[in-house]
Ligand binder design. Structure first.
Ligand SMILES: [Zn+2]
Length: 457
């Protein structure tokens, strides 16, 4: 794809956001503090046609582990990229429904066993800032006081020169701790006054999508893997004393490293491939390498735009937006719930319909089960848990194990002491050490709900 296409992706995403009502967008608070957020969008395009926006998300918030819902009825991770991808899942199911009903889809086809994207369809992700976590670590460090920036740059250059990068830590790193933990999987920082989140950074999640695809385990039953072809990133700032072209090339190289080079090992040497024994990704999964493009166009409600307008110490918006045009009006999400509902502690009684976001786990499950029921498959699906459906997809689980290892060990005391109960962390998984070893698994405890909204023990 030419860069002009990448810039059309940006223009389409910005125009779609600008056309949304004000409700749910960052504001200037009564005390004069300007809010900002991050925008992400997933678009599809065919050949040289216009990009078609299928899902948009804004947000920078994540709920702590103590607020994980056993019924999948709140959205735990409300970072823009994650909301955009969750909306994309709803769009895929909606398009598959059109195919199933004989209405036809411009974008999705049925090829006998699974739905696939129509020939020539490409998928683009736009994010108005470098994804949090590994892809943004160097950029963040470069805008720190000079000492930290220099030390990090020297380390980055040293690593880049090595054939095999030194292994990342075997444990997840909390938030932004330790720039020296280069290549590490990191959890989202969350609020400093709340217990830690166990949601992984957007860099780690996007890198996961480059191997496992966007549909994930649940939709992977119905859809062939769908991969990103293009990632367009905004908000890259020039640190003082750098050459612009060199700096851009460095940031792109960092994004490539964080978003796919970090996980390339899961493919192994082609000749040595024996996926079932070597812990490598089995087909149809593979490592994909989306093209990375940096856009100079600024998102109007980014932190940089607020600063450029003269805002002093702008603050993050606590509100998220999810807009999936095929589902109707945009949705405002606060504390993981659709707005107006108020916060309710996660429990075993399902949140009311209007309180649930359309992109929470149980709503995605309902959409998938609805699609399968409409095709006349067995009616036990409504009583099958999210966890069971996800785990029925053996190649997906094998690919995930190659990437993360398998839940095997208890978290270290330092992690565990601030979490509501013990979580498993992944380890091992074959001959090669999985690149995302140390992933914290939410597991069956939070995925044992059915489409009917019942938790099965
Ligand atoms: Zn993020």
């Amino acid at each position: 794809m030419a860069d002009t296409i990448a810039e059309r992706v940006v223009a389409t995403a910005h125009a779609a956001y600008a056309a949304l009502p004000k409700h749910g967008k960052p504001i200037v608070r009564d005390n004069g503090v300007a809010e900002w957020t991050i925008l992400a969008a997933i678009l599809v395009l065919k050949d040289d046609g216009d990009p078609h926006l299928v899902s948009l998300g804004t947000g920078v918030k994540v709920l702590p582990a103590a607020r994980l819902p056993p019924l999948g009825d709140t959205v735990h991770d409300c970072h823009a990229e994650v909301l955009a991808r969750r909306g994309f899942l709803r769009w895929l199911v909606a398009e598959a429904g059109r195919v199933q009903r004989g209405e036809g889809s411009e974008w999705v086809e049925w090829v006998g066993e699974k739905f696939v994207l129509a020939p020539g369809v490409q998928v683009a992700l736009y994010v108005s800032a470098l994804p949090c976590g590994d892809a943004s670590t160097l950029h963040t460090a470069a805008h720190q006081p000079a000492d930290a920036a220099e030390a990090f740059k020297a380390e980055a250059e040293r690593r880049a020169g090595e054939q095999d990068a030194a292994p990342a830590p075997t444990e997840a790193v909390r938030g932004r701790n330790g720039y020296e933990n280069y290549g590490a999987i990191r959890t989202k920082p969350g609020r400093t006054d709340s217990p830690p989140s166990i949601s992984f950074s957007c860099s780690d999640k996007i890198a996961t999508w480059t191997v496992l695809g966007l549909p994930g385990g649940l939709l992977g039953q119905l859809f062939a893997p769908v991969y990103l072809d293009l990632i367009v990133i905004g908000g890259v700032k020039m640190p003082e004393g750098h050459n612009a072209a060199e700096w851009q090339a460095t940031v792109v190289a960092e994004a490539e490293r964080a978003l796919f080079r970090r996980v390339e090992g899961v493919e192994g040497e082609p000749r040595a491939r024996s996926p079932l024994t070597a812990g490598l990704v089995p087909p149809p999964y593979r490592v994909t390498r989306p093209r990375i493009h940096l856009t100079p166009h600024r998102f109007e409600l980014s932190r940089e735009a607020a600063l450029a307008r003269g805002a002093v110490d702008p603050s993050t918006s606590t509100v998220s937006l999810s807009h999936v045009p095929c589902l109707g009006k945009p949705e405002v999400i606060i504390n993981g719930c659709a707005q107006g509902s108020g916060w309710k502690a996660p429990g075993t009684t399902l949140l009311k319909d209007k309180q649930r976001s359309r992109v929470c786990k149980i709503e995605v499950l309902r959409a998938v089960v609805g699609l399968q029921q409409a095709s006349g498959s067995d009616d036990t699906l409504a009583d099958t848990t999210y966890h069971a459906l996800k785990h029925a997809n053996a190649p997906y689980q094998a690919a995930k194990a190659a990437l993360r290892g398998v839940p095997a060990e208890r978290l270290t005391a330092e992690w565990a002491k601030r979490l509501p109960h013990e979580f498993d962390t992944t380890a091992g998984g074959g001959a090669a050490r999985p690149p995302f070893t140390g992933w914290i698994a939410t597991g069956a405890r939070y995925e044992s709900f059915t489409a009917r909204g019942v938790v099965q023990s």
